[in-house]
Design a protein around this ligand. Structure first.
Ligand code: GLY
Length: 366
């Protein structure tokens, strides 16, 4: 039986359906004109199948395929998708379907938010990261050369369909990377979830469907609660950025190129946990629990594991500079989400420069 999680946002409320083998849902009607946006990797596995399943409900369906990889999350590729929307005859009543991971969801969502000043879109996430995070909550956008997600819009999907069985055919490293966001939910909001992750490592790493349906649903409940309370990140929603200030800097700084987002988030969460011990009196045992859990889930449990080829203080200036252009800064000063305990965080912390650098240096030495 699928699990349904509701995101309560008044007239923009919607359901997230989570299950194994749940297909494309039943919202489609004969009058629908639909454009599926997907990437070259996902298209090879699911593109034709999803197109046929939606067309079988009577809708008129077209499909456009963008190159796989974060480089496609840009204005030039968005312009190609607008062209595909026009070629497919999409009007204001039409639907854009994002079939893919976070990149596809953000790009297709951005096009849906802006094409004809906004059309409906449905998220069919195919990566764990997209299922638990990026497909829910309406953040859409593209990257600029200066940084990630610097142009975008809030545009909620009308439905999210997360089919756990799809995870079996996706690259294992991508699945593992998504587990970092799952761990994040435990740290920011749910000590019981964190304990379950500590207990169920084996079921999680072999993608046991029932276990993952439960876990994805719990992550979506947390995200739905947070987004329902603070859709536009006026306050509470910032807790979802735990670990992300350093993660975005790692993704940007040269010697970490090639890291997947979740791998950077894992290292970023360790950094945020270390800062929390230093600045917020977080119990030191939390640091070992976080790193042990990350290791058990095959995620980076330190900066060296995160693909840092010359682990050392030399990288600090470029990382610190990269932190300064993140969206979460105010006047170049990063604001951190820090943990008070496993399951509870607070937002908006600024940290002295020495403490930022020393914490990094301690981590690359350990
Ligand atoms: N991924 C963070 C958010 O949706 O707010």
């Amino acid at each position: 039986m699928p699990t349904t999680v509701r995101v309560n946002l008044g007239e923009r409320s919607y359901d997230i359906h989570i299950g194994s083998g749940i297909g494309v849902g039943n919202r489609w009607t004969e009058s629908d004109r639909v454009l599926i946006v997907t990437d070259s990797n996902v298209d090879a596995i699911l593109g034709a199948q999803v197109e046929q399943a939606i067309a079988a409900r009577g809708a008129t369906v077209a499909r456009t395929v963008v190159p796989a990889g974060e480089a496609s999350k840009c204005l030039a590729v968005a312009a190609n998708v607008y062209d595909a929307a026009i070629a497919a005859g999409l009007d204001r009543e039409s639907v854009i379907v994002a079939l893919g991971g976070g990149m596809v969801g953000d790009l297709a969502g951005f096009v849906a938010a802006t094409y004809l000043r906004g059309v409906r879109f449905v998220q069919i996430p195919t990566s764990l990261l997209a299922m638990v995070d990026s497909s829910v909550g309406g953040k859409t956008g593209v990257n600029l050369a200066h940084g990630k997600n610097l142009v975008g819009a809030f545009h909620q999907p009308v439905e999210v369909i997360a089919d756990i069985s799809v995870l079996d055919s996706m690259p294992p490293r991508e699945y593992t990377s998504g587990l970092a966001e799952v761990v994040k939910y435990g740290i920011i909001r749910d000590a019981t979830l964190f304990e379950r992750l500590e207990r169920d490592g084996d079921r999680i790493t072999r993608i046991d469907h029932a276990t993952m349906q439960d876990i994805v649903a719990q992550c979506c409940r947390i995200k739905a609660d947070v987004v329902s309370a603070d859709e536009r990140e006026g306050g509470l929603r910032a807790i979802l950025n735990f670990g992300h200030t350093m993660a975005h800097a790692l993704e940007k700084a040269g010697s970490y190129a090639g890291m997947l987002h979740g791998e950077a988030v894992a290292a970023g969460m360790l950094y945020a946990t270390a800062l929390s011990c230093r600045e917020r009196g977080l119990d030191g045992s939390a640091m070992s629990r976080v790193s042990n859990l990350l290791r058990a889930l095959n995620l980076p449990a330190g900066f060296a594991d995160a693909g840092h080829d010359d682990a050392g203080a030399a990288n600090w200036p470029s990382l610190r500079e990269a932190m300064g252009v993140d969206k979460k800064t105010r006047g170049g000063v990063p604001h951190f989400v820090l943990a008070n305990a496993i399951g509870e965080v607070s937002v908006g912390h600024t940290i002295a420069e020495d403490a930022l650098r020393e914490t990094y240096e301690e981590m690359v030495r350990s």
